[in-house]
Design a protein around this ligand. Structure first.
Ligand SMILES: Cc1cc2nc3c(=O)[nH]c(=O)nc-3n(C[C@H](O)[C@H](O)[C@H](O)COP(=O)(O)O)c2cc1C
Length: 160
């Protein structure tokens, strides 16, 4: 039997960072009608038919309550000139949308203007995922354009 490796969280994070990703801001509206959003790199595609995507949120993120309450959300994929938004939406704050260019979608969720792609979703399923909660979204509407994506590799943004 192979022995389970003793996991050092910092080192595991470094190893996981060897898989480059894009960066997105996932948005929704809370019970009070305020726009909510956080920076994520846990986004990925799951299925084309039906159209499903996946992302996960830390159980300690204050914004988790809004995603548990509202069954609609949007994934806004950041472009290479939106590094400031990545930082802004990864810092806890009640006014992340102040000074951010955004609009409300037909589904009632915030869309970040000038992002490279936007996926409006309804929550299809949620699963426990250790210290995170896993969200599967069904894509109801989407847009995309020709900009370049912001890319995260080994913990660093490599193209802004
Ligand atoms: C590049 C990057 C990727 C991130 N990915 C995730 C993620 O996938 N899930 C998550 O819960 N937090 C992620 N975070 C951390 C959150 O953005 C951060 O904890 C944020 O403050 C959460 O928003 P809130 O405090 O308004 O709840 C990421 C941060 C950065 C900078």
């Amino acid at each position: 039997m192979t022995e389970e490796k003793i996991i050092n969280n910092k080192d595991l994070r470094r190893a996981l960072g060897c898989f480059p990703t894009g960066i997105a801001i996932v948005t929704t509206e809370n019970e009070a009608g305020d726009p909510i959003g956080l920076t994520v790199n846990s986004f990925n595609s799951v299925s084309l038919d039906p159209p499903l995507i996946i992302w996960s949120i830390s159980l300690s993120a204050p914004s988790i309550n809004a995603f548990r309450y509202n069954k609609s959300f949007a994934v806004n994929i950041l472009s290479s000139d939106q590094k400031e938004l990545c930082q802004k939406f990864s810092t806890p704050s009640t006014d992340k949308f102040n000074g951010t260019a955004w609009e409300k979608s037909v589904m009632g969720v915030p869309l970040i203007i000038d992002s490279i792609a936007q996926f409006e979703c309804i929550t299809h399923a949620t699963y426990p995922g250790g210290d995170h909660e896993i969200y599967i979204g069904r894509v109801i509407n989407y847009t995309h354009n020709n900009k370049e994506p912001l890319i995260l590799s080994k913990g660093k943004i490599i193209n802004s």
